[in-house]
Design a protein around this ligand. Structure first.
Ligand SMILES: C[S@@+](CC[C@H](N)C(=O)[O-])C[C@H]1O[C@@H](n2cnc3c(N)ncnc32)[C@H](O)[C@@H]1O
Length: 283
């Protein structure tokens, strides 16, 4: 079975925790997804895929931009996240494209050939075991004049949202095991040459990979203590803290809160700049 460990990962604690923190995550990631959606030029009745659609918010945004007459399919492997996505579509919206969700692996699912004009993803395409095979599969779903646009993280080291809490936690906890540089995960696409090579091997042309900077605002309206409590359940230090002994739970939280203090404002949450790649290509 392909992507077995990611399927387990996104159907386990991570998927359930993402659902529990859906509103906070969405508030943080929404502006980045909108910046990627700005890339597309939608024709009337356009058809699109949202790959790794998660809880479905960007899928709906895509459907709203396309409008009535079009269709959008959100694709994900996480049952708990797709359950949230399904709920979002319970309220009908006549001005929106039709929205469907599929619980399938985008790397191997036999999408109808040449059936969509656009493939979009907000942080959902860095988790494939075989990224060339996956993008080849997505390429086959696109019509000849189709377009691809997605965002992915630049390296962890240029993203203080990742490094600041992690460095504070690592003052007390042992480091996690080193991952191979392109292992499936949030930072698998940090190297633009690697992304370019995947897309060109998969058949894409006119590949463009441009840096995108955006504020990552997390926990607006919450106290710093509340924010840290969320961050130990979802985000860069969740696994580290989950595995930590009971005696270190509070000291780690205190260190993380202290490290995040300079980035915190009352009512504004924590605000750290994020660095991403905006990737576009033609079929
Ligand atoms: C970081 S989350 C992003 C979710 C959503 N796009 C968002 O921005 O809120 C990554 C998503 O990719 C999904 N995913 C990972 N591997 C996948 C695969 N092979 N096929 C489809 N979805 C996948 C995960 O289940 C998860 O929902």
């Amino acid at each position: 079975m392909q992507n077995k460990s990611q399927i387990e990962f996104w159907n386990g604690d991570t998927g359930r925790n993402w659902v529990a923190h859906d509103a906070l995550m969405e508030a943080m990631l929404q502006p980045i997804g909108e910046a990627i959606l700005d890339v597309f030029r939608f024709e009337p009745n356009a058809r699109a895929l949202d790959i790794g659609c998660g809880c479905g918010h960007p899928t709906l945004s895509l459907a709203e931009r396309i409008g009535a007459g079009g269709s959008v399919t959100g694709v994900d492997i996480s049952a708990p996240m797709l359950a949230v996505a399904h709920e979002l579509t319970v309220t009908s919206a006549p001005d929106r494209a039709r929205v469907d969700f599929l619980e399938v692996d985008a790397q191997v699912h036999p999408f109808e050939l040449a059936s969509v004009e656009h493939v979009f993803s907000r942080f959902g395409v860095m988790f494939f075991e075989d990224p060339v095979a996956a993008f080849h599969n997505l390429h086959a779903a696109l019509i000849a004049s189709g377009t691809l646009a997605f965002c992915c993280w630049q390296s962890r080291t240029v993203n203080p949202f990742m490094t600041v809490p992690a460095q504070a936690a690592l003052e007390l906890l042992p480091p996690p095991p080193e991952m191979p540089p392109n292992a499936p995960g949030p930072f698998a696409f940090a190297e633009p040459d690697y992304v370019h090579s995947i897309l060109s091997q998969a058949g894409f042309s006119d590949i463009s990979i441009t840096p995108l900077r955006h504020a990552l605002v997390f926990g607006a309206g919450l106290s710093l203590t509340e924010i840290v409590e969320h961050l130990v359940n979802i985000g860069p230090i969740a696994q580290l803290v989950r595995d930590a002994p009971e005696a270190l739970q509070q000291p780690v939280r205190d260190r993380v809160a202290n490290a995040l203090k300079p980035f915190f404002t009352d009512r504004g949450g924590i605000n750290l700049e994020g660095q991403f790649w905006q990737v576009t290509a033609n079929a």
